[in-house]
Design a protein around this ligand. Structure first.
Ligand SMILES: CC(C)(COP(=O)(O)OP(=O)(O)OC[C@H]1O[C@@H](n2cnc3c(N)ncnc32)[C@H](O)[C@@H]1OP(=O)(O)O)[C@@H](O)C(=O)NCCC(=O)NCCS
Length: 180
């Protein structure tokens, strides 16, 4: 597969999908942070890394076993997807698993971009011999559930009241796709 791919969003805008480079650190942080206030949809309340740490993380990451993908529209990063080897690749029993999470800025949702990013990650994983992709999704996040189910992910189980956000308890579904 090509590392850099150009896809068209449902509104006709061209989107470049490519692995992140260290210069993207600031924009990736901004993209993920823009989603954080939507507390009932994503696990990440606050992006834990500052720009320099993120820069170093991107530079040092093991790109054979981990993918950090960005979606760029008109020169600006509008989404990022992380597909990370389970247990940071430290446990030989789980090195066949990749855990996937993605975020798009509000204006770029509902345009099919998430589906294209996920397809990129699936192709990438298959090419590298991974056998299982998994994702953790809040049950209230119907768009994300639809996105993963469209791509062939099936439910593995639900962890009930797994997160407490304010007064609300949120269930989490684990979904997986197997690659042969
Ligand atoms: C979840 C997210 C990544 C999906 O990406 P996206 O580009 O918006 O999704 P797509 O446009 O590819 O659409 C996904 C599917 O969901 C459907 N969908 C859209 N809104 C929906 C809703 N409210 N409920 C159910 N399905 C919905 C779409 O119709 C599409 O299905 P279809 O192709 O069969 O019509 C994106 O919306 C996002 O970043 N959300 C905030 C962060 C987040 O929730 N991340 C996921 C954490 S696991």
């Amino acid at each position: 597969m090509q590392e850099k791919q150009i896809v068209t969003a449902n509104n006709g805008v061209e989107i470049v999908l490519r692995p992140a480079v260290s210069e993207d650190a600031r924009e990736i942080i901004d993209t993920v942070s823009s989603v954080s206030p939507e507390r009932s949809y994503v696990l990440m309340e606050k992006y834990g890394k500052d720009e320099e740490t993120e820069r170093k993380y991107i530079t040092d990451m093991d790109r054979q076993h981990n993918l950090l993908l960005v979606a760029v529209a008109e020169g600006v990063i509008v989404g990022s997807l992380a597909a990370l080897q389970e247990n940071e690749g430290q446990d030989p029993k789980t090195t066949h698993i990749l855990n996937v999470g993605l975020h798009l800025t509000k204006a770029y949702r509902g345009l099919g971009i998430g589906s294209k990013m996920l397809q990129y990650a699936i192709d990438w994983a298959r090419e590298r011999g991974f056998r299982k992709l998994e994702a953790n999704i809040f049950t209230v996040n119907s768009r994300s559930l639809k996105l993963f189910s469209n791509a062939g992910f099936v439910e593995e189980g639900t962890r009930r009241k797994q997160y407490r956000i304010g007064r609300e308890f949120i269930d989490e579904v684990i979904v997986a796709k197997f690659l042969d």
